[in-house]
Design a protein around this ligand. Structure first.
Ligand code: NAD
Length: 283
């Protein structure tokens, strides 16, 4: 038994597979959608070529790294992995079912990690017979570039699993930070209320989106304003995370701004729909 499996080959899954393979892991990259696997391989190849041009990896490295990634649609390919990182769509029922299946497929000693942004790691673990080996590995987008991995301990996650995952993330060249499982963890619990407040500022006419983002960039040294960031994340994703915070923590300070709801209802989801707080030309 050796190697890793990444379940879900979308935005996050391809980046996680890339980073694992770059650091010597053999990776089974699994997705139910064959076209997602093709897109993932093309994205990884493109990102590796960019790394060669920047001089951060050797010219012969991409071929060796790609050789370590095997793609497929069958979850059974995760069976030989010591570490599984689930990065499938953010849907609780889907993740619970995936973890029930992974628990049956994988060796008893395998660690099952989830990249969820907002679903309870404790609850995911409770859908397995090994909650002590279930943990959150919350990578940031884009995975090959961003330094942080928020390592989330579920209620039953063991010290040993946490130590192994912290060491693994560090060996991937990332900076892991250990946090406990509460709604939104640290990253989204702190970020989303700021984004939400920026949207209230737009709704109340305090300032235009560009002005709000400029205040936060130049005044607070944020590399990106909260509204540009919301467009990047996706306004539907922002709304879903705020609902998790509001419901999970039971405090009205997390209520989603009505303008955010209205924009999501209108299909103005940010970059991915071409329009959010800003307009994005079709590429
Ligand atoms: P995505 O929609 O780009 O990709 C999800 C992939 O999962 C799709 O290719 C889909 O076909 C696949 N999938 C769905 N059901 C599956 C199944 N049963 N088995 C295998 N594959 C399946 O989503 P994403 O943005 O990559 O997000 C993935 C996870 O990462 C989510 O939990 C999300 O909350 C989290 N996350 C996302 C970001 C981000 O910025 N996009 C950041 C941090 C964490």
């Amino acid at each position: 038994m050796s190697g890793a499996a990444v379940v879900g080959a979308g935005t996050m899954g391809n980046g996680i597979a890339h980073v694992l393979a770059q650091h010597g892991w053999t990776v089974s990259l699994i997705d139910t959608a064959p076209d997602a696997l093709e897109r993932a391989t093309a994205t990884i190849r493109g990102n590796l070529d960019r790394q060669v041009k920047k001089g951060t990896i050797a010219p012969d490295a991409p071929a060796q790294i790609l050789e370590r990634i095997r793609t497929g649609t069958a979850l059974d390919a995760a069976g030989g992995a010591t570490l599984v990182i689930e990065a499938a769509s953010e849907n609780p029922a889907l993740k619970f079912e995936l973890f029930e299946r992974l628990d049956r497929i994988c060796a008893p000693e395998a660690i099952l990690a989830t990249n969820t942004s907002s679903i309870s790691v404790t609850e995911i673990g409770a859908h397995t017979t090994r909650p002590q080996q279930v943990i959150g590995m919350h990578f940031m987008n884009p995975v090959p570039v961003m330094q942080l991995v928020e390592v989330i301990r579920g209620h039953a996650t063991s010290d040993e699993t946490t130590r192994t995952v912290m060491a693994t993330a560090a060996a991937l060249g990332k900076t892991p930070v250990e946090v406990n499982d509460y709604p939104g963890f640290v990253s989204n619990r702190v970020l989303l209320p700021m984004i939400n407040e920026a949207i209230f500022c737009v709704m109340e006419g305090v300032a235009a989106p560009e002005a709000i983002d400029t205040v936060m960039k130049l005044g607070m040294a944020h590399p990106m304003g909260p509204l540009a960031l919301a467009d990047f994340i996706g306004l539907d994703v922002c709304l879903a995370i705020l609902e998790v915070l509001h419901h999970g923590l039971g405090d009205d300070k997390y209520r989603a701004c009505p303008l955010l709801r209205k924009m999501v209802a209108a299909g103005h989801l940010g970059r991915k729909s071409g329009r959010g707080f800003y307009q994005y030309p079709k590429s």
